[in-house]
Design a binder for this molecule. Structure first.
Ligand SMILES: NC(=O)c1ccc[n+]([C@@H]2O[C@H](COP(=O)([O-])OP(=O)(O)OC[C@H]3O[C@@H](n4cnc5c(N)ncnc54)[C@H](O)[C@@H]3O)[C@@H](O)[C@H]2O)c1
Length: 386
């Protein structure tokens, strides 16, 4: 990299032994950015992330560091934050530990990037947003679904006017999470205990807020029904535990313009879909079905006219009547793409709209979804401000 100015940025990465912290953030984002030679700014400067691994388990941290040729790791968060070379604090701990970590980072004057949800309740999320604003540090929250190829193509369709007037959105998210008895669960057990920050509403409604708002428009109300379909599971240590959190949520959201969005989220459903999440959008001019990677459309001009007749077997190949939306671009890993934007935001003031207030909006929708489920009624979503 002769002739290029390198700008190192120390990043305290807390929770790097966890699923998200390790795979998506360390390996697929920060290390991938290093492998590609850093992030190049318009003036030629190369931003070079230097991870400082933080976690609770010394042996796991040492193993990760060794596997990836890294040497900066510690179990002492305070010591990591005291390092002047660390400019960013990143948090991928369990949700219930996040607020404490973020508060310490604000006090240490670090810029902060965090997994969602930013906090477990909207009051605390707003408080963190205010704290960060008054400390003058830059903040961001992971909103990875916006960078999925399928949803990027869906947004392109909306922006290009494909749908005419959007009428409705129907989302289906979920898969079977094993109970942990005869087959190991593929998600950590804290997800199924509300006292540990678990629950599918707090996990997924944060995502649905920004997906719906960035692609279609503001969410004006929520009505949700929550269920704990599987009442007992077996944890990582082989001990049975009671599930105290919701493992499925059936939500209806009203958006601006009369758009009705209905999203099912479930860890207790078996997949008969092409992808783990899919959204069908129906509009006056056409419809689309978007998943993680694919997006298919049917324009009104080629819409078939099925006639209901249960006496005859289906004569049409309905799925075959849809057309793939081409990529027309290269799509990078969504977590990495957002990390690059955050690094540009920190070093060169690049735009980064997904701040703590955006994070708080996600938490707000989750909180109101839980309240709606508890009270059995539809609840208005009021605008939030700092
Ligand atoms: N953006 C997304 O798509 C996405 C997906 C899954 C999870 N998440 C978020 O990422 C965060 C981490 O989730 P995960 O699935 O990686 O969890 P995980 O259990 O695999 O990892 C949790 C991390 O927190 C640490 N930790 C600290 N205190 C802990 C405690 N008391 N109990 C257990 N772990 C503790 C662990 O050491 C580990 O590093 C959560 O806030 C979750 O909401 C985001």
């Amino acid at each position: 990299m002769a002739g290029l100015k390198q700008r190192s940025v120390g990043i305290v990465m807390n929770g790097v032994t966890g699923r998200m912290g390790y795979r998506q953030h360390l390996v697929r984002s920060i290390l991938a950015i290093r492998e590609q030679g850093g992030v190049r700014l318009p003036d030629g400067t190369v931003v070079w992330p230097e991870p400082i691994l933080v976690g609770r388990n010394e042996a796991k941290l040492a193993a990760i560091a060794k596997d990836h040729g890294l040497d900066n790791w510690t179990t002492d968060l305070d010591a990591a934050l005291a390092d002047p070379a660390a400019e960013i604090y990143f948090d991928a701990q369990v949700t219930s530990r996040r607020v404490e970590g973020v508060r310490k980072a604000v006090a240490a004057g670090k810029h902060i990037y965090t997994e969602k949800p930013v906090a477990e309740d909207v009051g605390t999320a707003l408080e963190l947003a205010r704290l960060a604003a008054s400390a003058g540090v830059k903040v961001g929250v992971v909103q990875d679904k916006l960078f999925l190829p399928g949803l990027l193509k869906l947004k392109r369709l909306v922006d290009g006017g494909f749908f005419g007037r959007v009428l409705s959105v129907r989302g289906e998210f979920g898969y079977w999470v094993f109970e942990g008895d005869w087959q190991e669960a593929q998600r950590p057990s804290w997800n199924y205990r509300s006292e540990d920050g678990g629950g599918i509403i707090i996990d997924m409604f944060c995502h649905w807020r920004y997906v719906l708002e960035d692609i279609f428009g503001p969410v004006r109300s929520v009505q949700a029904l929550a269920a704990t379909h599987v009442p007992e599971r077996v944890d990582e240590g082989g001990r049975p535990y009671a599930c105290t959190a919701d493992d499925a949520a059936y939500g209806i959201f009203e958006l601006d313009g009369g758009i009705v969005a209905q999203v099912n989220s479930s860890w207790a459903t078996r997949v008969f879909r092409d992808e783990l999440v899919e959204f069908q959008v129906d509009g006056t001019e056409g419809s689309a079905v978007a998943g993680l990677r694919r997006c298919r459309v049917q324009h009104r001009s080629v819409t078939p006219k099925p006639v209901w007749n249960p006496d005859l077997p289906a004569t049409e190949d309905f799925r075959g009547q849809w057309q793939d939306v081409p990529d027309n671009a290269e799509f990078d890993n969504g977590f990495k793409a957002q990390w690059e934007l955050f690094l540009r935001h920190v070093v060169a003031d690049g735009e980064f709209p997904w701040d703590f207030l955006a994070g708080a909006r996600g938490v707000q929708l989750a909180e109101l979804g839980l309240r709606s489920a508890h009270e059995g009624r539809r609840i208005a979503v009021e605008p939030l401000s700092l």
